[in-house]
Each structure stands twice: as C-alpha cells, then as structure tokens.
Design a protein around this ligand. Structure first.
Ligand code: PRP
Length: 182
C-alpha cells in the first residue's frame, strides 16, 4: 500500500459494529415480510455480503450494474444499465444496498427506475453518505456513516479499480489521484 493511503477513516471493527445496528433495524422493519436486497455493483459487494449475513429476515439477493454515460459525467445523472436485475419486482419489498451515496444522482435514478417496475416498496441502505457532495436529495432509510467529502477507498470502494479489498475505509493521499508520483 506504501503511502497511498492518508488515514483510516473507519476501521473494520467500526464498520462491523455499525452493520450490526443496521441489520437489527432492517430486521425490525421487515419482520415477517418478503425482502429482496438489490446490490449495486461493484462497490456494494462487501456491504451486501456482510449486511445480508447479519439479517435474520429471510432475504433474496439480486444485482444491478449501472454506469453514468461517458466518463467524468456523473453529474449528468444519466445512467445506463450494464447488468439488469433478474427478479420481477412486482409486489416485492426492495432494499437497494449501496456502498456510498455521493452526489445522489445514481441513487435518484435507480429509485425511479425500480419504483416504475411495480415494487411494493423501495428503500435504500448505504454504508456511507457524503452530505456535502449531495446534488439531489434522496431519501435514504439506513445510513451507516455520514462522512466528509474526501476520496475514500476500501471495503468495496475503488480508485481505478484498486483498493476494493481493504477491510477498512481509508482516505487516499491526494498525490495518488492527482497523478503526482503515485
Ligand atoms: C459508486 C457507488 C454508487 C455511485 C454513487 O459507484 O457505488 O453507485 O458511485 O455516486 P453518486 O451518488 O455521485 O451517483 P461507481 O460508479 O464508482 O461504480 P463501482 O461501484 O463499480 O465502483
């Protein structure tokens, strides 16, 4: 890892403790109800795996992969589906599982898209949220941590596809993404 990481923002044990709380809240809210977890690839794989295994509510899992049009155009909010769900959402209770809500544009689009498929309910659980980066208000029912608008990696989150496998959330040293001797 060298000196690419600036600091540990959230340790493995902090993440685990918060996931325990989120899972308890989800179990209480969905007790006795059908629940489909929808993970948004690729960042959500870690939180999906760890959150879902803490749930006592029987759940099913499905996955979507989405991408903003072009590169560096996330702010457009125009999203295309790279991999769609396999499940029929009619009458289902859906919980979107995300690693991070940044501008909120991906999630805003996703909520509209999944709601239009006839789901009984669509809610969101995200490990991280950056309130200062929000470009659109999205109603997120379960939030692990509100964090500052820093470049974070680890626990599913990448920089140029690296760092996803770190068991904690760290901030990246600016020299890495500014291309100065990373
Ligand atoms: C991340 C994250 C969210 C989205 C949030 O995915 O997983 O889906 O960005 O950003 P927003 O709130 O500004 O829309 P990314 O596009 O980096 O893909 P990845 O999960 O495959 O890394």
């Amino acid at each position: 890892m060298g000196n690419d990481l600036e600091k540990v923002l959230l340790s493995e044990s902090e993440i685990n403790a918060r996931l325990d709380q989120l899972a308890a809240a989800i179990d209480a809210d969905y007790k006795g109800r059908d629940l489909l977890l929808v993970g948004v690839l690729k960042g959500a794989i870690m939180v999906m795996a760890d959150l879902s295994r803490r749930l006592h509510t029987p759940v099913q899992m499905d996955w979507m992969a989405v991408s903003s049009y072009g590169s560096g155009t996330k702010s457009s909010g125009v999203v295309r589906i790279l991999k769609d769900l396999e499940a029929d959402l009619h009458g289902r209770n859906v919980l979107i599982v995300e690693d991070i809500v940044d501008s909120g544009l991906t999630l805003s689009w996703l909520l509209g898209n999944l709601r239009s498929r006839g789901a009984a309910s669509v809610e969101v659980a995200t490990l991280l949220r950056k309130p200062e980066a929000a470009k659109v208000n999205v109603d997120v029912r379960y939030v692990g941590f509100d964090i500052p608008a820093e470049f974070v990696v680890g626990y599913g989150l990448d920089y140029a596809e690296n760092y996803r496998t770190l068991p904690f959330i760290g901030t990246l040293a600016p020299h890495v993404y500014e291309g100065r001797g990373a």
